[in-house]
Design a protein around this ligand. Structure first.
Ligand code: ASP
Length: 595
C-alpha cells in the first residue's frame, strides 16, 4: 500500500508515529499560517494540520491526496469527542496531490445521513460521489454484512450455492419478461428470469436436496417507489421437508441477522396466522402488529337494514381511540383519502364523551339516518368507548377489508400509535390458491369470473383439505404457501410444491392452460417430473428489502450500488438507450420467425 495507516483508525496510542495517509479532502480551513484539513478515506476522517506547507493552500474539496506527517495529541479543549479520531491530529510534513477534483454537484462532508435532502436523480447520477458520504456508504456495508451472515447460516445447514442461468425462458411469477434478442438465431429471444423457480425445482429432481442462491431477478412491471426492474432474492429450495423446516430455517436466519447487524434479539418462533384471519382482523396479508386497531366486522349488525350505504356484502369499521375530537376538516380529509384510493368514501360516527365534551352530547355522524336501535347499539357492537370515532366502509368483502386495512395503517400513523422501536414478525399461511382473472371481454358480465390464475405460482401445492377437490372449488381452495412479514412488510414468501403429475395437471386445468400450452411453456420441468421428483418446497426473500430494513431506511434503492431512478432509467449510464439500425439488424429484432 502507498499508505501506512487508515485515516479513521488513528488513536491516542499512535501519538508520535510517523504516518503516510491517503484519501480525499473533506474540508479545508485556513487560519492565517495554519491550515486544517479533514482527510477522509473509507475508514473515516482525521484532522491534518499544516503550519507552513505552501501547497496546502491550493487544495480543494475532494482532491485526492497523500499526506506524510506525525501523529500528535490535540490540545485540551480542541478535542472532538464526536469523532473517533477526535483526540489526535496529524501534523503534515509533506502533501502530495494524487488527483484534482472539480467542485462536486453536492456537498460531501462525510457524515451525512443516508438521505440528506439531495434529490435522488442527482445522487444516482453521481452515485460514485454519493457513496463518498458515510450514510450511503454504510448502507452498502450493511448489505455486505447481511450477505455474509446469510452464507454462514446456509453453509451451517449444508445448503449448496448454485448459479442458475440469466439467459433463459419465461418464469411464471406473473410479471412481464425482459427479453433479449439472439443474434445467432434471428427472431428468437431469451427471457431474463423473474426468479430461479423452475431451475431450483429441477435441482431438487437432481437430488441436490438443499439449494440456495443470492440471485438477481428481473420483472418488467410498472414503476413504483418500492420496486425496481432488477432486484435480488435469497432463493432457497429443499427436498423431503414440510413447512416447519422452512419456518425454522427462516427464524434462525432472521434471528442471526437481527442479532449480528442490529444487536436485537428477535423472539422466535414467529406467530402464525392464516391469510383469511389476517384479512379479517387487519385487512391485509401483511399486517403491521406494532399497533392494535383490529378491524371490526359489523356485517351482521347491519343485516336487513334499510340504510342503503350499509346494504353490502361486508360492513366493517376501524375504531379510532379519542377520535371523537376529530374536526370536520379532519373527517373530510378521510373522505378524500378514501376517494384517492378509488373508494366511494368513509362513513363516520363520533361517540360523545361527557367527561371531556368531545363529540358533543349525542351520537353525531354521516350515518345518523340508520334505524334508531341499530344506531344506538352501534358503539357497543363496534367496541367503541366514549370519546372514540368509528370510521366505516361497506362493499364487496375483499375490497372493503383492504380499504379498512389501509385505513387502519393510516389511522395508526396519524394518531402516533405505531410502536416504532418494536420488531414484530409473523407467518401468514394458507393463502388462496387461485384468484379470479378480470376480463376485458364485454361479453363477460361485470363481476363474473372469467377464469382463474395461481396466486403464488402454478407449482404451489394445495393444503391437504383441498388436495382432492381444489379443481372443483378454485374460489375457496387454499395453498401450502407462506409469507414472512415483519413490521407490515412482506420480507419473503414461498410454498410447498406439487410433485405429482396428476395434481399438476389439475392446476393447469383450473388456470385454463391446455396440455399443449403447458408442454410448450414448462415441458422441460414436466418431463423432469417423470423421473421420481422428491417432495420439495422453498422460499425466497427480497434481499434489497431485508437490507433496507436492517440499514434503517424505507428505500430499497439505498442498498443498491447503482440504482435505477423511479422512472426506471439509470441516470448514471443513461440506460436504456435506443439502438442503432445496425444493432437492430444484427440482433434480429425485426425478424418474425415462422412459428
Ligand atoms: N419463486 C418465488 C418468488 O419469487 C418464491 C418461492 O416460491 O420460493 O416469489
Amino acid at each position: 500500500m502507498i499508505r501506512t495507516h487508515q485515516a479513521g483508525a488513528l488513536r491516542r496510542d499512535d501519538v508520535g508515529a510517523t504516518v503516510v495517509l491517503t484519501g480525499w479532502v473533506a474540508t479545508r480551513r485556513d487560519h492565517g499560517g495554519v491550515t486544517f484539513l479533514d482527510l477522509r478515506d473509507a475508514s473515516g476522517v482525521v484532522q491534518v494540520v499544516s503550519r507552513d506547507l505552501p501547497d496546502v493552500h491550493a487544495l480543494r474539496n475532494e482532491w485526492c491526496i497523500k499526506v506524510t506527517g506525525e501523529v500528535g495529541a490535540r490540545k485540551e479543549g480542541n478535542e472532538n469527542p464526536d469523532l473517533s479520531t477526535g483526540h489526535i491530529e496529524v501534523v503534515a510534513t509533506a502533501v502530495e496531490v494524487l488527483s484534482e477534483s472539480e467542485t462536486p454537484p453536492f456537498p460531501i462532508h462525510g457524515s451525512e445521513p443516508i438521505d440528506s435532502g439531495v434529490d435522488e436523480t442527482t445522487r444516482w447520477r453521481y452515485r460514485y460521489l454519493d457513496l463518498r458520504r458515510t450514510g450511503p456508504a454504510s448502507a452498502l456495508r450493511t448489505r455486505a454484512k447481511i450477505v455474509s451472515v446469510i452464507r454462514r447460516v446456509m453453509e451451517r445447514h449444508e445448503f449448496v450455492d448454485v448459479e442458475t442461468p440469466y439467459l433463459t425462458r419465461s418464469t411464471p411469477e406473473g410479471a412481464r419478461d425482459f427479453l433479449v434478442p439472439v443474434r445467432l438465431q434471428p427472431g428468437h429471444w431469451y427471457a431474463l428470469p423473474q426468479s430461479p423457480q423452475l431451475f431450483k425445482q429441477l435441482l431438487m429432481v437432481a437430488g441436490l436436496e438443499r439449494y440456495y442462491q443470492i440471485a438477481r431477478c428481473f420483472r418488467d412491471e410498472d414503476f413504483r417507489a418500492d420496486r425496481t426492474p432488477e432486484f435480488t432474492q435469497l432463493d432457497i429450495e429443499m427436498s423431503f421437508l414440510d413447512e416447519e423446516d422452512v419456518f425454522a430455517l427462516t427464524e434462525e436466519l432472521f434471528a442471526e441477522l437481527w442479532r449480528d447487524v442490529l444487536g436485537v434479539e428477535l423472539p422466535t418462533p414467529f406467530p402464525r396466522i392464516t391469510y383469511w384471519e389476517s384479512m379479517r382482523r387487519y385487512g391485509s396479508d401483511k399486517p403491521d402488529l406494532r399497533f392494535e386497531l383490529e378491524l371490526v366486522d359489523l356485517t351482521e349488525h347491519m343485516q336487513g337494514t334499510e340504510f342503503r350505504v350499509f346494504q353490502a356484502e361486508h360492513v366493517g369499521a376501524v375504531v379510532v381511540p379519542g377520535g371523537a375530537g376529530y374536526t370536520r376538516k379532519e373527517l373530510d380529509g378521510w373522505q378524500e383519502w378514501a376517494r384517492s384510493r378509488g373508494a366511494k368514501g368513509i362513513a363516520w360516527l363520533l361517540v360523545p364523551d361527557p367527561a371531556t365534551g368531545d363529540g358533543g352530547s349525542e351520537l353525531r355522524g354521516s350515518i345518523t339516518k340508520l334505524e334508531a336501535e341499530r344506531l344506538t347499539s352501534l358503539p357497543a357492537a363496534a367496541g367503541a368507548a366514549p370519546g372514540d370515532a368509528i370510521l366505516f366502509a361497506a362493499g364487496p368483502r375483499r375490497t372493503t377489508l383492504e380499504l379498512l386495512g389501509a385505513l387502519r395503517n393510516a389511522v395508526a400513523r396519524q394518531r402516533g400509535l405505531v410502536r416504532e422501536e418494536e420488531w414484530r414478525f409473523l407467518w401468514v399461511v394458507d393463502a388462496p390458491m387461485f384468484e379470479p382473472v378480470s376480463s376485458d371481454n364485454p361479453a363477460v358480465a361485470e363481476g363474473a369470473v372469467a377464469g382463474w390464475t395461481a396466486v403464488h405460482h402454478p407449482f404451489t401445492a394445495p393444503t391437504e383439505a383441498y388436495a382432492a377437490t381444489f379443481h372443483d372449488d378454485p374460489e375457496h381452495a387454499l395453498a401450502r404457501a407462506y409469507d414472512v412479514v415483519g413490521n407490515g412488510m412482506e420480507l419473503g414468501g414461498g410454498s410447498i410444491r406439487i410433485h405429482q403429475r396428476e395434481m399438476q395437471q389439475r392446476v393447469f386445468d383450473v388456470i385454463g392452460l391446455t396440455r399443449d400450452e403447458a408442454q410448450s411453456k414448462f415441458g422441460f420441468l414436466l418431463e423432469a417430473f417423470n423421473y421420481g421428483p422428491p417432495p420439495h418446497g422453498g422460499i425466497a426473500f427480497g434481499l434489497d428489502r431485508l437490507a433496507a430494513t436492517l440499514a434503517g431506511t424505507d428505500a430499497i434503492r439505498e442498498v443498491m450500488a447503482f440504482p435505477k431512478a423511479s422512472s426506471g432509467g439509470d441516470p448514471l449510464t443513461g440506460a436504456p438507450t435506443p439502438v442503432t439500425e445496425r444493432q437492430r439488424k444484427e440482433a434480429g429484432i425485426d425478424v418474425r420467425p415462422e412459428l
